[in-house]
Structure formats: structure tokens, C-alpha cells
Write a protein that binds this ligand. Structure first.
Ligand code: TYD
Length: 209
């Protein structure tokens, strides 16, 4: 088998326009016949999708922060084995919608569990599967929610309120500052096509496309 594939992750606050970018990138990769897979966290496989259901279910409001962080890490462990590793081994580009930075932004910074705890429970991922590049779509929660006309009432996390999402955003900014070589910020205050042009530019500059 040839070279190992590249691992690209997308991050951002809820409603930052990530899904649209992932759709545009998928269309581009299909049109250009670039071997790839798209996947997401939490989820991306049978067991990890079942964990996702527990995590995002509005009925589980009493879940402790530690339980939440551990379930994200558990879903990640399974997902890496089920989907990410096989595709990388086949030389495919792996595009993942959220990864460990989401756990850092949401659980370590916003929930307040701290970076040390979250890094520790994600050590298996951090040591073996560092993304080649992480694209952070930079849009504040105020701007994101204004676009979305408010939160989805069935989504446990989106009900967490603006101050929580502001902490998530601040967490992402800290991650981006700490690892400027891996994390590239793209302004989300542009048209979807302009954001996508930036994404393509980054992936080309890194030799990924
Ligand atoms: P999803 O509906 O996929 O949101 P989005 O389209 O914004 O990605 O829900 C994923 C939610 O899970 C999102 O609110 C972020 C959260 N999350 C964490 O809190 N920690 C994590 O490690 C991951 C992967 C996601």
C-alpha cells in the first residue's frame, strides 16, 4: 500500500457554517476524483452513533460533565478504529467534522473540566492521530445564532445558552493561538463561497490537494 492518507478536521461553534463547507468540499473531492471519506464526531459508526444519541438527547440533561467528556472520548476511540484508521491506511483523505479540539473547547474550557483532564482522557487520540490540519471556522456565537434564528429546542447542547457558547468560542481561539501550525482560522463572516475559497487555498498550500 502507498502513502498514508491525510487527516483533516473542521471545527467551530454551533451554527458557524461548517456543514455547508463540508458539503462544498465533498462536492469538490468527488468532482476531482480524490479518494476520501467524510465522517463526524461524535458518531461515524454503529457504536459511536449510539453514543452520540445519548450525548445529544435532550432528555439526558442531568448528565455530569465528566460523563459527557468520557462519552465523547469513548465515541472517538471507536470511531478512530472503525473509520479513520482504515481510511488513512488506504491512503485516503479523511475529513472529520469535529475532533479532539471540540472536547477541549466544549468540555475543557466551556464546561470547565480543564485542559489537563481532557487531554489525559484523549491521550490515545492525541498521541496517534494528530490532524495534519484543522480548519477553524471563526464566527462568534452571537453571529452564528443570529443566522440560525435561535437554538434548536431538542438539542441538549444548543440549550446551554450564550455564555456557554462564548466560552466555547474563547476556547477555540486559545487552541488556535497555541497551535498556529496545525490550526488555521478562516473567517466565517464571508459568503459560503468565499469561505470555501479560503479552505481550498489552505489545503493547497499544505500540499493536501
Ligand atoms: P452536531 O449536531 O453535530 O453539531 P454541529 O453541526 O455544530 O457540529 O452536534 C455536535 C455537538 O457535540 C456540538 O454541539 C459540539 C459537541 N461536541 C462536544 O461537546 N465535544 C466533542 O468532543 C465533540 C466531538 C462534539
Amino acid at each position: 500500500m502507498g502513502n498514508r492518507g491525510k487527516f483533516i478536521t473542521f471545527e467551530g461553534c454551533d451554527g458557524c457554517g461548517k456543514s455547508t463547507q463540508l458539503r462544498l468540499l465533498n462536492e469538490y473531492l468527488v468532482a476531482n476524483e480524490i479518494p476520501h471519506i467524510f465522517t463526524r464526531e461524535p458518531g461515524g459508526g454503529k457504536i459511536s452513533e449510539a453514543i452520540r444519541e445519548i450525548l445529544l438527547n435532550g432528555k439526558n440533561a442531568e448528565m455530569t460533565d465528566e460523563c459527557e467528556a468520557l462519552l465523547y472520548a469513548a465515541a472517538r476511540a471507536q470511531h478512530l478504529k472503525d473509520r479513520v484508521e482504515p481510511a488513512l491506511a488506504q491512503g485516503k483523505l479523511v475529513i472529520c467534522d469535529r475532533y479532539v479540539d471540540s472536547s477541549l473547547a466544549y468540555q475543557a474550557y466551556a464546561r470547565g473540566l480543564g485542559v489537563e483532564f481532557v487531554e489525559k482522557i484523549n491521550a490515545f487520540a492525541l498521541e496517534k492521530y494528530r490532524p495534519d490540519v484543522t480548519i477553524f471556522i471563526d464566527l462568534t456565537p452571537e453571529e452564528a445564532f443570529a443566522r440560525k434564528h435561535g437554538a434548536d429546542e431538542n438539542d441538549r447542547l444548543e440549550q446551554a445558552g450564550m455564555s456557554f457558547h462564548q466560552k466555547v468560542y474563547d476556547g477555540y481561539k486559545r487552541i488556535a493561538e497555541a497551535e498556529p501550525n496545525r490550526v488555521v482560522c478562516v473567517s466565517g463572516r464571508q459568503t459560503p463561497q468565499q469561505v470555501f475559497d479560503d479552505v481550498l487555498h489552505i489545503l493547497r498550500a499544505r500540499g493536501i490537494l
